[in-house]
Design a protein around this ligand. Structure first.
Ligand code: UDP
Length: 375
């Protein structure tokens, strides 16, 4: 099981937990530490220890350097473990590197969160390319939704190799919500939000760096200034391009609070207080329906249209003034905000992770049986 970023750990953790129920399966966890600064707070989500800790990041390296360095770092681990199945999740450079490393060693590959597409290789970049390539190397595809399955079939993936499982983030979220939260790290923030309508912002997408990120932040700042009953809280992503812009535009602004990124349980606790969420994150689009919170998606296109179709999210980045118009709408039309609460999560349910674990077990067992038949 290969992971290296915050969302990958959040999503593989419940699958690892479910796999522990199968005596005949032994899982080795490999962390590439692609997001070295964010990862430590998320390692606790795994019940097990990381078996191999790689360190693939270096300052200012190109995507090609990261990709080739990650393949080179993974290869000796694969040669040592010689697994029967290699699992990658999502669409990161870690996932693509893991897929290539698996294929070049001739080891079957399983892909969690398969079949998400925007149809635009620039949005998101490079993730749309990564996930397309991974699909054509995988032997087992765990598609969160039926739409994802249809997308894979359209691309020529054999239907019998696809299992519709739901997205394991839904299982992860349910697990995290069950743990009674003891950290008081947000007490100060909650104090500042008392009596106000909190807007929670997360932003980190590479495609929006520059003009778009600048404009989004200014729009939010102006909205909060215009509406004294609102407040903005931003767990600031550590990417220097994001941090610099967020601090330049939002520091020292009334009713705007910038905080460090939060561990998962704390972040969910914060989200539960939200009046509105504004984000360009992929994972958050999958989570909001489980939390009954409305989301404005800071993207021009999304690979998760199920959230838009379900009515829990709205696209806010198709044209320059759209975020402002939608924020005004939220203020005027409190009915959308209220209407999202009962919407069921279109990305799966608590059992998503156990379906994925079952698919892996079936695949591995199938291999043993076909091996026996060949004897
Ligand atoms: N998240 C978190 N703490 C934060 C911000 C986000 O735990 O301070 C979680 C969030 O709930 C979601 C995941 O991180 O599950 C999303 O990660 P990110 O936005 O970095 O990646 P993406 O989903 O866009 O790939």
């Amino acid at each position: 099981m290969i992971a290296g970023t915050r969302p990958e750990l959040i999503k593989v953790a419940p699958v690892v937990r479910q796999l522990a129920r199968y005596e005949e399966i032994r899982v080795s966890i490999v962390s590439t530490a692609q997001q070295a600064d964010l990862l430590p707070a998320f390692l606790d989500l795994l019940d097990s220890e990381v078996d191999y800790r790689l360190s693939v990041m270096s300052a200012g390296q190109s995507l090609n350097a990261l990709l080739s360095g990650t393949i080179a770092a993974l290869d000796p681990v694969i040669a040592e473990v010689l697994p029967d199945l290699i699992v990658v999740q999502g669409d990161t450079t870690t996932a693509l590197a893991g897929a290539l490393a698996a294929r070049m060693r001739g080891i079957p590959l399983a892909h969690i969160e398969a079949g998400l597409r925007t149809g635009d290789t620039e949005n998101p970049f490079p993730e749309e390319t990564n996930r397309r390539l991974i699909s054509h190397m995988a032997s087992l595809h765990c598609a969160p939704t039926r739409r994802n399955r249809a997308e894979l079939v359209r691309e020529g993936i054999a239907p019998q190799d696809i299992v519709v499982t739901g997205n394991p983030v839904v299982s992860s979220l349910q697990n995290a919500m069950r743990i009674p939260h003891v950290s008081g790290s947000l007490d100060g923030v909650f104090g500042q939000l008392r009596g106000l309508k909190p807007i929670i912002l997360t932003t980190h997408r590479r495609e929006s760096f520059g003009v778009t990120l600048d404009r989004n932040l200014r729009t939010l700042r102006a909205f909060v200034a215009k509406h004294p009953d609102t407040a903005l809280v931003v767990p600031v992503h550590p990417n220097p391009a994001v941090k610099e812009t967020v601090e330049r535009i939002l520091s020292d602004t009334e009713r705007v609070t910038l905080i460090e990124p939060l561990d998962y349980a704390s972040f969910l606790q914060l989200i539960q207080q939200a009046w509105l969420i504004v984000s360009d994150s992929g994972g958050i689009q999958e989570e909001v329906a489980s939390l009954g919170k409305p989301l404005l998606v800071l993207r021009s296109v999304t690979e998760r249209p199920e959230a838009i179709d379900a009515g829990v999210a709205r696209l806010a980045g198709e044209w320059p003034g759209q975020l402002e118009a939608l924020l005004d709408d939220c203020e005027e039309l409190n009915n959308w905000i209220a209407s999202v609460k009962p919407i069921p999560n279109p990305f799966g349910d608590e059992r998503s992770a156990s379906r994925i674990a079952q698919a892996f077990a079936d695949f591995l067992l199938g291999q043993v049986e076909s091996g026996r038949a060949a004897l």
